[in-house]
Design a protein around this ligand. Structure first.
Ligand SMILES: [Zn+2]
Length: 511
């Protein structure tokens, strides 16, 4: 048997863009593909050097089923073999499982999981970078100070490194906030949310009054309203005003720093001179930025996650002491909560593009890149569809859609719970922004809809769920950690999520 019949373009294995693995067409091809993976494993040498830079990518809610479905969708969009396709971060050489349970919950939210990744300890649900001794509604700044745990970003600042935070969610949302804020309640993003008499500072204010090093150097994302006073109109949506009731305009306070810049729309972002010194704040929406699927329709324009990642790295790499950058694809989670696989997967593909940019702009010699999720979602890929079947479509073979026990077709993708529980297929429609999930007309009629004539591949289609819930939930199973660069080989086996911090600190030789 000639095992060289099928040739592979080996350089593709190391390409930053999503590689297209040609689907083998016979046994010799599959065997050769497996053998080449063995060759790659043989050639792999651990990098025991010191990391100059660390880039931590977090796909919020990006469980393993999300990665698999996104890899297939991305391949199918490019008309290559989806099942054999790999997202950019799936070609990183090292992998581990991350156990995401928090100090007090089996299934976690994004606050203790981000805390685990950036401080090295596990905390309670809702808590940002404080110990589990802190209650969710702890109002005392003194108690919070006593129970605060230093984050990797704070340590990097103390050492004179450059630091940056990029997110498609609000920059005061749990994942970015755990890097700079210490608080019992992740929802205290602006001062108006604080209980009367509380002395702890709100999250946006903690970013502005950050006491380590020269402050966070680059902050790009959403969440303008927690920086603007209620007296001021939003620049993009004049009908909206700021949410601060203390009269402070934190964007103006940011600009008081030497060389500081503040941008809030696409053209200002594009005009940023990344060779100039001074901190950069970009806030592109009053709340979260748009889903990638909706970004082109934004009035003032928004940069993509990949574009923000590029700008952040260009700004941070000017520092000769290296940099720490956290990049969050923050809205994979929100699309899943809405039961809308299309937006969750297209935001995952946007994360893949951002990781490709980071790999292009950095070297695996001196930069530790980690790509992981904070927690999973109850999202599943089911049935026995044939290879190449549209991932957003009905589970089908060459004979047509497969049928359930009632004789009805079903989609490959679905949720264990969420808003997609309804007897009427017409109701399966995405309604947009967070918190506006359909007040589902969940009836007692539990028959499934007949999807024969429903466009399940349409962007607004909401996949079915087994249990009716207005907001689909997180899931408790492990998520993956992908890594390359110095000490990346320490990512092996099943690790508690807080080990991520310890490996980053070890790679940077922080202690
Ligand atoms: Zn969530």
């Amino acid at each position: 048997m000639n095992r060289l019949l099928v040739t592979f373009a080996a350089p593709l294995l190391f390409c930053c863009c999503s590689p297209a693995f040609a689907q083998p067409t016979d046994a010799a091809g599959w065997f050769e593909q497996g053998r080449q993976a063995l060759e790659a494993a043989r050639a792999r040498t651990p990098n025991n050097g010191k990391a100059r830079n660390v880039i931590l990518f977090v796909g919020d809610g990006m469980g393993v089923s999300t990665v698999t479905a996104a890899r297939i969708l991305e391949g199918q969009q490019r008309q290559v073999d989806g099942e054999g396709n790999r997202l950019s971060f799936e070609t990183l050489p090292y992998l581990a499982h991350s156990v995401t349970a928090s100090a007090n919950q089996q299934t976690s939210d994004s606050a203790p999981t981000a805390t685990a990744m950036v401080t090295g300890i596990k905390a309670n649900d809702g808590a940002l970078s404080v110990t589990q001794a802190v209650g969710r509604n702890e109002p005392s700044a003194e108690v919070i100070a006593q129970q605060s745990v230093t984050s990797i970003l704070e340590q990097a600042e103390q050492r004179g490194m450059a630091t940056g935070l990029v997110s498609t969610a609000r920059v005061t949302h749990a994942t970015p906030a755990a890097n700079y804020a210490h608080i019992g309640n992740r929802d205290w993003e602006g001062n108006a949310a604080l209980p009367a008499g509380a002395t702890v500072k709100d999250i946006a204010r903690q970013l502005l009054e950050f006491p380590h090093g020269d402050g966070v150097d680059v902050v790009l994302g959403g969440g303008r309203s927690f920086f603007l006073p209620e007296q001021s109109q939003d620049p993009e949506y004049p009908e909206h005003s700021g949410k601060r009731t203390d009269g402070r305009d934190l964007t103006q306070e940011w600009l008081a720093q030497p060389g500081a810049r503040y941008v809030w729309n696409r053209s200002q972002f594009d005009a940023l001179d990344t060779s100039a010194a001074g901190p950069v704040l970009g806030l592109f929406e009053p709340s979260h930025m748009k889903f990638e699927a909706d970004r082109a329709g934004d009035g003032a324009g928004e940069p993509s996650l990949a574009e923000m990642t590029r700008t952040a790295i260009e700004l941070l790499q000017r520092n000769e002491n290296g940099y720490y950058l956290m990049v969050e694809a923050g809205r994979i989670d929100h699309a899943h909560h809405a039961g809308n696989a299309y937006r969750a997967l297209t935001d995952t593909i946007a994360l893949s593009e951002a990781v490709a940019v980071a790999r292009e702009l950095s070297s695996a010699e001196d930069t530790l890149i980690i790509v992981t999720a904070d927690h999973s979602h109850v999202f599943t890929q089911a049935g026995y569809p044939m290879r190449g079947n549209p991932i957003l479509g009905l589970a089908a073979t060459e004979a047509g859609p497969m049928k359930d026990a009632l004789g009805l077709p079903y989609t490959t993708l679905g949720y264990a719970n969420g808003p997609g529980f309804a007897a009427d297929g017409d109701r399966h429609e995405f309604t947009g922004e967070e918190g506006q999930y359909r007040a589902a007309e969940f009836s007692g009629d539990k028959a499934r809809p007949d999807l024969s004539a429903v466009a399940t591949t349409a962007p607004d289609y909401v996949q079915e769920s087994a249990v009716p819930m207005l907001s689909e939930t997180h899931a408790g199973e492990d998520v993956a950690i992908y890594a390359s660069g110095p000490k990346a080989h320490y990512f092996a086996g099943t690790l508690e999520q807080n080990v991520i911090y310890h490996i980053m600190a070890e790679a940077l030789e922080l202690r």
